[in-house]
Design a protein around this ligand. Structure first.
Ligand SMILES: [Ca+2]
Length: 168
């Protein structure tokens, strides 16, 4: 009996550590929770991790959401964790140069950096760059904008949890 209790307790601790170790910082924007996750992973893995925890890769489909997330990054010096960028839920994997949000919402607001997207093919002749990161260049500017990058690159990422009770 006590063995089973101990086993259950061990499982509970393991499950809890998985749930609670996932993100290192979060903020509420418009009733949704945006959480910076712990792992540097490919865009596909980032999307899967968000889905598995009942969320989605962050959808920054309005200027207000975009500005608030950038302010959160700057106010908390999150760039010190990764100065090159964070995966967000935007991609053109289905049709080149036809960008779509992971939740299907319309791409009306955009925040591309300089001459991006450029679908550079240097490291992937077949697909080019089909996944979008929130990017800061040069590293000293507080301005974060969108850049298409190779989906296989491993980056930190933001998950979005809609209508989270703690944010309502
Ligand atoms: Ca592309």
């Amino acid at each position: 009996m006590s063995f089973i209790i101990k086993l259950n307790l061990l499982l509970l601790i393991q499950v809890c550590s998985v749930i609670f170790a996932q993100y290192q910082a979060s903020t509420c924007i418009g009733g949704d929770k945006f959480a910076l996750m712990n792992d540097k992973v490919t865009w596909n893995d980032a999307s899967d991790i968000c889905l598995q925890s009942s969320g989605q890769l962050a959808v920054l489909n309005t200027e207000e959401i975009s500005n608030e997330l950038v302010a959160f990054i700057n106010d908390n010096s999150l760039s010190e964790l990764n100065s090159r960028g964070f995966w967000i839920g935007l991609h053109d994997r289905h049709l080149e140069d036809s960008f779509e949000w992971v939740d299907g919402s319309a791409v009306t607001f955009t925040n591309w950096y300089g001459n991006m997207p450029d679908n550079a093919r240097k490291k992937d002749q077949c697909h080019g760059q089909d996944c979008v990161q929130l990017w800061k260049k040069p590293p000293t500017t507080p301005l974060w904008q969108w850049d298409d990058d190779y989906c296989f690159k491993r980056k930190l990422f933001f998950c979005q949890y809609k209508n989270t009770p703690e944010c309502v």
